[in-house]
Design a protein around this ligand. Sequence first.
Ligand SMILES: *Cc1c(COP(=O)(O)O)cnc(C)c1O
Length: 470
Amino acid sequence: MAENRQQYLRLLPAVEKVLREKPLLEILEAVPRKIVVEAVQEVIEAKRALIQGAVSEQELRQMDCSSQNLAGEALEKIQQKMNPSLRPVLNATGVLLHTNLGRAPLADGAIDAIAQVGRNYSNLELSLESGKRSSRYEHVEELLCRLTGAESALVVNNNAGAVFLALNSLSSGREAIVSRGELVEIGGSFRLPEVMAQSGTTLVEVGTTNKCFLKDYSKAINANTALLLKVHTSNYKIVGFTSAVPLSSLVKLAKEKQIAVMEDLGSGVLFDLSKFGLPYEPRVQDSVAAGADVVTFSGDKLLGGPQAGIIVGKKQYIDLMKKNQFLRALRVDKLTLAALEATLRLYLDEEKALREIPILRMLTVPDDLLAARAEAIVSKIKSNADYAIGISREKARVGGGSLPLVLLSSVQVFLEPKKTSIAAVVKRLRQANPPVLTRVKRNRILFDMRSLQEEEDELLVKTLLKVLAQ
Ligand SMILES: *Cc1c(COP(=O)(O)O)cnc(C)c1O
C-alpha cells in the first residue's frame, strides 16, 4: 500500500505539464497567468492530499492523475475565481422586494442613464445655464416636487440616512414625540429609538402599543418639543383594538403649537395601488397634501428605483437639511441620481411607469400570464424518473418591509426530486450559473413566476435543465 501510494504520488504531473493542456493554453489568453498557475498548483496539492489520505488500493486506483484531468479540474477552479462576487441571480422566491437580493430591479431607462452618466463626464454640479457651480440635488428636485406636490426635496443615500438627517436638522437637542406603536425596527438593525438618539433627538413615547390618541400627543408637548413624528409601520401591523392618530390631526395640533410634523413612510408609493387589488398604502402626495412638513421614503422599495432616501416637504425645513454638515456624509453619487431621475421621469406617465418599472409590473401582472409562462417552462423541462414537475398556486409576497400582510396571488413551477434530497437540489440551484433562488413548501421546490421577469424565463429553463442533468 505504501509503495503504491509512492507510485501514485510519482504519477502526479508537474505544473508546467498541466499548463500545456489545451483548455488551459486557451484560457491563458483571457486570464492572468498567475491565477491559472495558482489553480493548477491547488488541484495538484489537493490530489496529493487525497493520495496520502487514501485507505485502500481501490481508492488509489480510482484516482485520475492525468494532466488532462487535472487541467479540467483547474479550469473549473479558474472559472470560480474569475466569477464576480456580486452578480445577477434569478429570484424565484416569490418575494418581490427581497432585501438580500438587492430589493427593486431597475427599469431599462434607469440602467441606460447609469451607463451614460458613468461612461462620460456630466453636469453633476455645474449649471449649464450660468456656467457656475450648482447642486447635485437639483437634478431631481423639480421632478420630486411635481410628483409629490411638495415645495422642496432632497435625496440622500438611503431612507435610514434621510430619517437621521431630518431629525438631526429639525430636533437635535430637543424632543420629538412618537406613538409607542410606531417605534419600528426595520431589518438590518434600523431601530427608530436608536436612530433618534444618534441624531441628538430626545424620544418622547406616547400612547400604548395598540392605542394612541391626539390627547396623548398634546399632553406631551412642552417648550422643548420640536417635532411630532409619525412612522409608517411598514413591516408589521397592529390589529385588533387599535387606534392611531391620522396625520391630518397631528398637523392641526402641530400648527397650534408651532412645531413641525414629520412622517417616515418607508416605501415610496406614488400610485393608488388599491386599483390593482392591493391594500391601500399611503401615497407620498397624500402625506404632503395632509400638511406634513417633512416626508421621507426609500428609493428602492415600492418606488422601484435605486437605493436612496428621498426627503420632500416644506422649503424652510429642507433648507435646514441642505445646510447640515451630515448631508456630505450621506450624499448620493451620480449613478444613483441618474437612475433615480430616469425612474421618476417614468412616473410622469402612469401607464408608462406600470409598463416599464419592474416592481410595478411584477405587482400587477395578471395570474393568467404567470400561468402561461409556467406552463411553457414545464413543457420544456418535463417530468422524468428523477423529478416530478408541475404547476402550483401558492401566494407570493411583496417583502422588503413593505405591505407585510399582503399575500399576492401567484403561480409557480414546482419540482419534486424523487431520488435526491430537496436540500441538495436547492443547493445546486443556488450554486448554478446564474444562481437560482427558490423556496420550499411541502417537499416541493417552488419557482415563483411573480418574482421572475418574463425575459428571465428562457435563462431559467436553460439553468434548470443543466442542474437537473447533474
Ligand atoms: C425601510 C424603512 C426604513 C429604512 O429605509 P432604507 O432605505 O432601507 O434605509 C426606514 N423607515 C421605514 C418605516 C421603513 O419602512
